[in-house]
Design a binder for this molecule. Sequence first.
Ligand code: ARG
Length: 465
Amino acid sequence: MNEQFSKKAEAWSARFSEPVSDLVKRYTASVFFDKRLAMFDIQGSLAHAEMLAAQGIISAADRAEIERGMAQIRSEIEAGSFEWLLDLEDVHLNIEKRLTELVGDAGKRLHTGRSRNDQVATDIRLYVRAAIDDVVALLKQLRRALTDLAERHFDTIMPGFTHLQVAQPITFGHHMLAYVEMFGRDAERMLDARRRVNRLPLGAAALAGTTFPIDRLRVAQTLGFEDVCHNSLDAVSDRDFAIEFTAAASLIMMHVSRMSEELVMWMSPRVGFIDIADRFCTGSSIMPQKKNPDVPELARGKTGRVYGHLASLLTLMKGQPLAYNKDNQEDKEPLFDTVDTVLDTLRIFTDMAGGITVQAENMRAAALQGYATATDLADYLVKKGLPFRDAHEAVAHAVRACDGAGVDLSEMSLATLQGFSPLIEDDVFAVLTLEGSVAARDHVGGTAPNQVRKAIERVRGQLAG
Ligand code: ARG
């Protein structure tokens, strides 16, 4: 009974004359979500203890005891046998209490020269840093999968759209590589944010620093941080890095969502550009014929929840005076859910990219439908000396005539075409074909199959590095 009481007593309860109610306990506790930080918490504590011993603030024997206890706690957590107690409020106090049970006074000395405020800030930075590394690795895999798809279809022709109206023929490979570019910027953004995540708050203690002769650079080095946070107030209250991460994650989701929108549209039987492997789709409980693209639809839907987390975090911070406030405990769930959502989405999209089948004939037929080579005809006339505006007008007349006759530009006779401009000769038909149209856009960033191949090579170089 006594044992149980001492286990449950809050670390700070000696100051108080009455216990908090169960509701307040539940309201203020974070252990049931922040226990996810346990391994980072232990990592941070070990680095802190190593420095305390090196500085002669605790003894080498105490440090050894702390290490022994932490090793045991680690295996208990891994085995699922660690007992998390709501009464001990959060991950930090749960671990510290267990450490003290295991190693006695050495455990009680661990908190010398630090506070939960700099401790939690350190834990989250370690967590976000690891998440960034996972996200960047998955972005690489997704880019690789999309590049493989682009390579299989480097010369597969489809209509390119503006305003969702057929604009000009493009290749499907080129279209996929547009997403490869987006996800490449996403990785750059994550890595840029990582530099600001990767700074050490420990040593700020509660807010003002500590009276002990600590060595912050040593701890930073042990934990792989590039620098320390240079102002103790900022160190404990800064959550910019969490916001930046969530903003970068929101951009990833926005790109995923745009792609999802296209996949859903392309898979509609009215469009029929692609098919997505059955394992990414589900049926309907009432309509036997249905095959629904659930995965891209859900990814599109989950984008909203990540944007929501970004708004939460920004709002969480906007009214807080310096330095630490308990509000900050609310940073974790949005952050955790952002990480889970983005990682799962990237994993599933990488997998799904391999399950996309292209219906090349349908794409081609659609490209033939909307006078997609009209710009090519205008460019042709310009090359024959006509000013572009006049060429544009002549082609507009030709398109109207095609519309009336129900034919494509390439199906008009030479004589009819010459009625719109005497500059047209029989070399015009090479320009009016879909293949001629895409092949002609042969410069860096253009849709020509030749350029798509070069772009793939360039991306492969980035992915190898
Ligand atoms: N659970 C807290 C959090 O997540 C840890 C820091 C609490 N600090 C304090 N002085 N109450 O922010």
